[in-house]
Design a protein around this ligand. Sequence first.
Ligand code: ATP
Ligand code: MG
Length: 439
Amino acid sequence: MISSLGDLRRTHYSKEVNPDLNGEEVLIMGWTHEIRDLGGIIFVLLRDRDGIVQVTAPSKKIEKELFEDLRKIKKESIIAVRGNVQESPKAPNGVEVLPTSLIVLNESKQPLPLDPTEKVRAEIDTRLDSRFLDLRKPAVSSIFKIKSRMLHSVRVFLEENGYLEVNTPKLVASATEGGTELFPITYFEREAFLGQSPQLYKQTMMSAGFDKVYEIAPIFRAEEHDTLRHLNEVISIDMESSFMSHEDVMDVLEKMVVQSISDVKKHCAADLEVLDIDLEIPEIPFKRLDYDDVIDMVNAQGVPLEHGEDLSRAAEKALGEMMEGYYFITGWPTEIKPFYVMADEETPEKSYAFDLMYKDLEISSGAMREHRYDILVEKIKSKGLNPESFERYLAAFDYGMPPHAGWGVGAERFNMTITGLNNIRETVLFPRDRRRLTP
Ligand code: ATP
Ligand code: MG
């Protein structure tokens, strides 16, 4: 058995093997998706990233030794097949390959812990345990092809609109804000934490004169959730803009969402089809609901909630039943929003914070920020936090900080709205939750 590639070179991906190649020799490589041995004829379905090619081996037309070798291939083994293309209307892509030689590059152990052909359905935990096999399923890999395109289009949109990509540290000395739990780590002889948000750094970039920045990077939350919408490590799409208000960055956000969805629709047609998604392009502007009206709306649905409280899960669900698609909630109480959020000038109990929702799911939180040093220090104190632990951050406000606003979008939550998946674990290659740290 040859296990090295030597001078073997793949000539075609599966989707490139089409009737135009009739009579030509090809060398294809991939996984053994299925073997059908009918005695006098063997069909081997070879799968690669893009699809499946049928290798057809009638015993009368090929050498005996090759025929026997084909018969012995184990499912999910890696094979290279050289052969001639032949039109065949019944086969995938309308073609089959008549083999002239076979090399087993890597034999798969049997039995498989998971069936990539999906004949046997598996629970999410079994799937995640053998994620490499799970990801071989087209319906699973399509999720990540869509996610890749979505992030690509987000980048393109932000770049086109003058945003500079930055990378801020994920090893940090203290909390971004009160509330969210942090993962402590050992940093030489000190304790440090994994970053829960680039918030304070992206704001510092406003003082640095960068004007418009974005970052797409992991955030870590040590919250003991056990929900279908939370993980302990997710990708956050963050932006911050100088000389802009919350209204301005809401406009940017809804345009980004629409551009990204349009781009996915255009470039991921095959993946959307695999997932059976008929993607609708949302219309802008998105609806804007005031927080106080939201409370009245959910109360009217029988969900008890006081003005001033954060939305409970029951409230989000009730709202999700009343609202279609994407919408904003504005006018949040200052009290329940972080210290860096600016209070409304006319009604200081309300703030310039907003959330972007999709039905019952929060996709993004954002706000106009407080850029005035003295007020910011007071706000830190009023949250029971110590301004001294924010010394380095605060310094940036003492020497020329422009008014600014920004938001953070959870990439997985955004992906869920596009794919219609209701478990966030499906949208992460190797999810990290309360119980899972491997693979
Ligand atoms: P939630 O109320 O849904 O727990 P949050 O308000 O705590 O979210 P933010 O701190 O506002 O989250 O973070 C901004 C965005 O990042 C959220 O709107 C969400 O899309 C995403 N996000 C934050 N935490 C998580 C998490 N644990 N799992 C998945 N996405 C998250
Ligand atoms: Mg939020």
